[in-house]
Design a protein around this ligand. Structure first.
Ligand code: NAD
Ligand code: TYD
Length: 339
C-alpha cells in the first residue's frame, strides 16, 4: 500500500514514519510536509536511506501541491498529522491554525474524494473535549463526551473533526478519527513542556511552570500512539472515533520534578510564571473502546518512558542543539536543493 503521512517531519508524524517502515516493510511511506518551524528534515535522516520512503515538500492547504502529490503517488491511505500544534502559539496568532488545521484538512479530503482512497485518517486530540475538573478523578473523556474547546488550537482541531465526519456522512468518504492525550518521546520539539524542561535543566536555566503547576495531563509515550493509529487505519471501523490514552496522569509540577531528579538538578531551578490564558485544568482519556474493539494497549509506563526520553535527549544533543540555534531550518536547502 501507498501511505501518505502528512506532517511526517514533525514529532509524532516522524515517529509514525519509523514505526510503519519497521512494522510494514512492504508498504511505501510518502511523507508530505511543508517544513514549517516545527518540521525538521534531520528527524527523517534515517528514513531517507530507506527505498520504501519518499519525502515530498508541500502544504496541505495548497490544492496544487496536494493534487501533484495524489497524481504522482496514488495513495491508498492518508494519515493527516500536519497541523499547527502549539496552544501558546495559537493564543498569539490563531489565523494560521485555521488555515492549516481546518482548511488544510478540507483540501486533503477533497483530493481523497477526487482521486479515491481506501482510508483518510485524521489525527486529532483529546483537547477537543475541553477540560475536566481537578477534583473529579472519576471523570474521563469518552468518544461521546461533547466537543467543548478552550483554545484557538483545540477549536481548530474540533472544527476539522466536524468536517471529517461531515465528509463521511455527506460523501461517504471512508474516514476514521483518533483523539490522543499528550505525547512525549524522541524528536519532540523543544517548545513543549517535557523537552523544554529537559533542555533548560541541562543548561541550568530556569524551568517556567505556568501558574501553580497543578494542571494535569495524561501522558502517552509516542510509540504507543503510533501503534494505536496503525491498528485504526488497518482494522478500525470507517466513520468511527477512537480515543487513545494510557491512564498516565501527572500534574505538570510532578513531571518537572521528575525530570530534575533524573538529571540530578535542584528544584530551585523551578520558576512559577504567569498562567496560560484559558489554561485547561485536566485531560484524562478513557481508552476502553480502542481496547475492546482493536485490542490496543499501551506498552510504556510513564516512569519508564520519561527515563527513555531523557536518555534520548542526552544521546541526541546534536538534534536539539541545531533547533535551539535555528540551524535546522537551513538544513533542507543545504541537503536537498540540488538533488
Ligand atoms: P508538530 O508541530 O511537531 O509537527 C507538525 C508537522 O506538520 C511539522 O512537521 C510541520 O512542518 C507540518 N506542517 C505544519 N503545517 C503544515 C502544512 N500546512 N502542510 C504540511 N505540513 C505542515 O506536531 P505533533 O506534536 O507531531 O502533532 C502531530 C499531530 O498530532 C497534530 O495534528 C496534533 O494536533 C496531534 N496531536 C498531538 C499531540 C501531542 O501531544 N503533541 C497529542 C494529540 C494529538
Ligand atoms: P504543552 O506541552 O504545551 O501541551 P498542551 O498545552 O497541549 O497540553 O503543555 C503541557 C502542560 O504544561 C500545559 O498544562 C501547559 C504547561 N506548560 C508549562 O507549565 N510551562 C511551559 O513552558 C510549557 C510549554 C507548558
Amino acid at each position: 500500500m501507498n501511505i501518505v503521512v502528512t506532517g511526517g517531519a514533525g514529532f509524532i508524524g516522524g515517529n509514525f514514519v519509523y514505526y510503519e517502515l519497521e512494522k510494514h516493510p512492504e508498504d511505501k511511506i510518502i511523507c508530505f510536509d511543508a517544513l514549517t518551524y516545527a518540521g525538521n528534515m534531520e528527524t527523517l535522516d534515517e528514513a531517507m536511506k530507506n527505498p520504501q520512503f519518499v519525502f515530498v515538500k508541500g502544504d496541505i492547504a495548497n490544492r496544487d501541491d496536494v493534487d501533484k502529490l495524489f497524481n504522482e503517488h496514488k495513495p491508498d491511505i492518508v494519515v493527516n498529522f500536519a497541523a499547527e500544534s502549539h496552544v501558546d502559539r495559537s493564543i498569539e496568532n490563531p489565523g494560521i491554525f485555521l488555515q492549516t488545521n481546518v482548511l488544510g484538512t478540507q483540501v486533503l479530503m477533497d483530493a481523497c474524494r477526487k482521486y479515491g482512497i481506501k482510508r483518510y485518517h485524521q489525527v486529532s486530540t483529546d483537547e477537543v473535549y475541553g477540560d475536566l475538573p481537578l477534583d473529579r478523578p472519576d471523570m474521563f473523556f469518552t468518544e461521546e463526551t461533547p466537543l467543548h474547546t478552550s483554545s484557538p488550537y483545540s477549536a481548530s482541531k474540533a472544527s476539522a473533526d466536524l468536517l471529517v465526519m461531515a465528509y463521511h456522512r455527506t460523501y461517504q468518504l471512508p474516514v476514521t478519527i483518533s483523539r490522543c492525550s499528550n505525547n512525549y518521546g524522541p524528536f519532540h520539539f523543544p517548545e513543549k513542556l517535557i523537552p523544554l524542561m529537559i533542555i533548560n535543566a541541562l543548561h541550568d536555566k530556569k524551568l517556567p511552570v505556568y501558574g501553580e503547576g497543578i494542571n494535569v495531563r495524561d501522558w502517552l509515550y509516542v510509540k504507543d500512539h503510533c501503534s494505536a493509529i496503525d491498528l485504526i487505519i488497518r482494522n478500525g471501523k470507517v466513520g468511527e472515533v477512537y480515543n487513545i490514552g494510557g491512564h498516565n496522569e501527572r500534574q505538570n509540577i510532578q513531571v518537572v520534578k521528575t525530570i530534575l531528579k533524573e538529571l540530578n538538578k535542584p528544584e530551585s531551578l523551578i520558576e512559577h510564571v504567569t498562567d496560560r490564558k484559558g489554561h485547561d485544568r485536566r485531560y484524562a482519556i478513557d481508552p476502553t473502546k480502542i481496547h475492546n474493539e482493536l485490542g490496543w494497549l499501551p506498552a510504556t509506563k510513564f516512569d519508564d518512558g520519561i527515563k527513555a526520553t531523557i536518555k534520548w535527549y542526552l544521546d541526541n544533543e546534536d538534534w536539539w542543539q541545531r533547533i535551539v540555534s535555528g540551524e535546522y531550518q537551513s538544513y533542507y536547502e543545504k541537503m536537498y536543493s540540488n538533488r
